[in-house]
Design a protein around this ligand. Sequence first.
Ligand code: ASP
Length: 336
Amino acid sequence: MKNILLIYTGGTIGMVKDDKTGALRPFDMKKIYEVLPVLHKLDCNIDTFQFNPIIDSSDMNATVWLKLSAYIKQEYENYDGFVILHGTDTMSYTASALSFLLENLSKPVIITGSQLPLGMIRTDGRDNIISSIEIAANNEVKIPEVCIFFDNKLFRGNRTTKINAEYFEAFYSGNLPSLAKVGINISYKKHIILPQPTQAFKVYDRLSTNVIIAKIHPAINEEYFEAISKINNLEGMILETYGSGNAPTNKKFLSAIEKIANKGVRILNVTQCKAGSVEMGHYEASYTLKEMGIISGKDITTEAALTKMMFVLGNYEDRTIQKQLLESNLRGEITL
Ligand code: ASP
C-alpha cells in the first residue's frame, strides 16, 4: 500500500460550510476522511499535515516555500508521494519554486486546489483531490516532478500560469502539453514526463528575494527603468517583453535598461505571450537587448523565470555559473 502525505496550506479548496452558521470556514485536515469518505476506497494510506495558520495563497513567499521544501525533505523517505492543497492565485509560482528547490526528485509532488470550496455542492475540489492522490499513488507511472493537477489535467508545474478566475479550467500550459489527462481512465503521456533521476535527491535552502519583474508596455518610458536602477541590492530582473522578446528601440529607453545591466543585475528576457519563445536578435527590437548581455528566457513562463532567478541567485555566486544555469533547462521549465 502506498503512503501519501497530504499537505494543506490554505486557499479556497479547504473551505466547508459550518453546520450551525452556514458560513464557509477552513476545514480541519484531520477530518479529511469525514469530508471525503470516498478516500477510503483509494488503495493508499493518507496522512495529513496542516499549515498553522493556513494561508491564502496571496501570502505565499520565499520563506514559506523554503519551509515547505524543508518539510518535504524531512518526510521524503516516509512517503511515496506528496499532494499539496494550495490556493490557486499563486499556485504556479509555488509549483515553479518547488521544482527548483527539489533537485533530483524521484517521487510525485502534486499541487492542487479548487475554484469552489470543498463544502459547496458543485465543488471542483473533490475531483481534484481524489485524482491528485490517485496519480501520486500510482504504482506503474511514478512521476518524478512537481505538478499541478487541475480540471482533469496534470501539468508540469513550472510550465503553468493561472489564466482564469471564474471557470474550472484555471491553468494553462502554453509550451508543454499536459502530462496526463483524466477521463474514464487516466492516460499518461510518458514521453513528456521527466525521467527518473540518476543522482541523489537534494533540497536547496536558499532563495534570493532581490528580484523584480518589469513589464514593457506602450506607455513605458526610461524614467521607470531609471527608478529601477536605483533600487538597493537588486540582483535580478525579469523583463517581460513583447512577442519574441522585443522592446522599444528608443535610445534613451535602451540606455536606461543598460544602466541596470551594467550594475551587475542579471536580466532575463521573457515573453508576455502565453505561448511561444523569446528569440533575441530575430528583430532589431531585441538585437540591442542581446548585445547588452540580457539572457533569453526562451519559452519560460514569468512564474518560472522569477523563481528560477530567485533560486540561481540565491544559491550560486559565480556570475558565469549563474548565466549558464539561467540559460539551461534545469527542471523541464524550458525547451532547448
Ligand atoms: N485567494 C485564494 C487563494 O489563492 C483563491 C483560491 O484558492 O483559488 O488562496
